[in-house]
Design a protein around this ligand. Structure first.
Ligand code: ZN
Length: 439
């Protein structure tokens, strides 16, 4: 079996106790970590198959987890900004999406995968059209993903009528079940784009298969007003009435949640993806992160798609998360650095449905590991690694990226895919999608 050794760095295990191992060494066999401890106490003889990655005195930590994105929307990065949500969606995003093809989705997702590998993300949860192509891209790039076909009540360029979308969702769940890195979830877009019968059918598939039910919910107060008008209750109460508030529920945004709703989500074991940059850019408000963490809700962090972020860099997202919470509360003690990093690692793994073997470094855990190069001016000196990860580091500081035991990037060079080809294909697809020239 192939072995990999990551050495000469400080290991941030991200376990509950906050264990840090100075001059640490990590051994990986196949897809799992077999040793995580100080260098020197590992006595295993050097194997013929061994490959070493030098952390160069940097930080060895779990690969980051992105709880919510629309990966192929990299093709719409910067297409339209600084607009109200309804104008942005109806006049720019939806018209471009009408022209979507499976090839465009594949190359858009590959571009996102490339960006994720370069910025240290090894797991992502994705909602989009032609979700099978997103799965193919994640497979080809070597990343871990939960994917889902976005379901709504108007004809989809991917599946046409909603009946086909529901059938496709079932198919995808079955098809990906045996895959070691991929799985599928049921993904109705939102209560304002889905009918009661669609939500009921989606809930039935989730209950039968055990797959997560992932949806946009409570993204802003305007949505709450609209949902109250058309459904007669607040968004979470609608899901409650539909019987969907349980441990399979995974909501994105959760900006307009009251205290009773937060406690209900915690009691149900439901998951929430917090997307601070998207919420800021689309002026949707600020999610109640401190209250959700205090109540014990399974919270993770998400970038959302590139049309509303405009990147897939979780380092930037962590900084935004910490600062937005502080600025909105006028309280610098909320969202401390370690808690924010945990949203993309240990806590992120719980939301991802893998609380025991993902998001932490320990023997037996999945070998999703990144190394952050701290030997740089903007990361010098380093008193506290957690502080640097949230307030000073950026995605471009990632030196090595490993997912499921496979080296995807070493010494800043992506090995998993052809970077030039992916960028050229993505530009070609962006031109075809929007009819606009791109540089
Ligand atoms: Zn979204």
């Amino acid at each position: 079996m192939k072995e990999l050794c990551i050495k000469n760095g400080t290991i941030l295990t991200m376990d509950e106790a906050g264990t840090v191992i100075h001059d640490g060494m990590l051994w990986i066999e196949g897809s799992r970590i077999t040793y995580c401890g100080p260098a020197g106490s590992e006595t295993k003889p050097r194997s013929h198959w061994r490959r070493d990655l030098d952390a160069r005195g940097g930080l060895i930590m779990p690969g980051l987890i992105n709880g919510h994105t629309h990966a192929p929307m990299t093709l719409m990065r910067g297409l339209a900004d600084d607009l109200p949500l309804d104008v942005w969606l109806s006049q720019h995003i939806f018209p471009a999406e009408k022209n979507l093809t499976s090839e465009a989705v594949y190359w858009g997702a590959m571009l996102a995968c490339l960006e994720m590998i370069r910025s240290g993300t090894t797991s992502f949860c994705d909602m989009y059209l032609f979700a099978g192509q997103v799965a193919q891209a994640a497979h080809d790039a070597g990343l871990r993903a939960v994917v889902g076909e976005v379901l709504y009540d108007f004809d989809s360029p991917s599946y046409g009528k909603i009946e086909n979308g529901l059938a496709l969702t079932r198919e995808l769940i079955d098809k990906l079940a045996p895959h070691p890195r991929l799985s599928a979830a049921v993904m109705p877009h939102a209560l304002y784009t889905c009918s009661r019968s669609l939500m009921e059918s989606a809930g039935a598939i989730s209950a039968e298969t055990g797959a997560a039910l992932d949806t946009h919910l409570a993204e802003n107060t305007g949505e709450t007003v609209e949902v109250q008008k058309s459904w007669g209750a607040r968004p979470l109460a609608v899901l409650e009435e539909l019987g969907l508030v349980n441990e399979r529920l995974w909501i994105n945004h959760g900006v307009d949640l009251n205290q009773a709703e937060i406690e209900r989500l915690a009691a149900a074991g439901a998951r929430v993806t917090h997307c601070p940059e998207s919420n800021m850019k689309l002026a949707n408000g600020v999610a109640p992160l401190p209250e959700m963490l205090a109540a014990g809700v399974k919270v993770c962090l998400g970038t959302d798609g590139c049309a509303s972020n405009n990147d897939q860099d979780l380092f930037g997202e962590m900084g935004s998360c910490a600062k937005l919470a502080k600025a909105s509360r006028l309280d610098p003690t909320v969202a401390p650095a370690e808690a924010v990093v945990s949203l993309c690692t240990r806590r992120g793994a719980a939301a991802f449905g893998r609380p025991d073997d993902l998001g932490v470094l320990k023997p037996g855990a999945l070998a999703d590991v990144i190394v952050v190069d701290t030997n740089q001016p903007h990361l010098t000196p380093m008193y506290n690694p957690m502080s640097h990860l949230v307030y000073a580091a950026r995605g471009g500081d990632v030196l090595h990226t490993v997912c499921h035991g496979k080296v995807l990037m070493a010494e800043g060079k992506v090995e998993a895919l052809d970077q030039e080809e992916v960028m050229a294909k993505a530009k070609e697809q962006a031109r075809a999608l929007t009819g606009r020239e791109v540089l």
